[in-house]
Unconditional design. Sequence first.
Length: 94
Amino acid sequence: MEKLAGGERARHPALATALLELGPAIAVVKLGAEGALAWGHGEAPVHRAAVPVAQPLDPVGAGDAFCAGFIAARLEGGDLAWAVEIGAICGAAV
């Protein structure tokens, strides 16, 4: 989304809204060390700062771990904020 927004993070909400209008129920933007943003139909937008990692070794797989945690939390009935929280924790654990 950063490339689509021309490098302007302020445009993420507008891009997420446009994406949601195409059909998905949720739009999530992972921002690496800056955390994640999520939007969903009927749910308040969420920003979660990244979970601090004392000494990062290798970020490979962190995004996959975020997605796994996020999806698992949603499947368990968690709201958007809880799912982003769990995703961030899982991503940091890699």
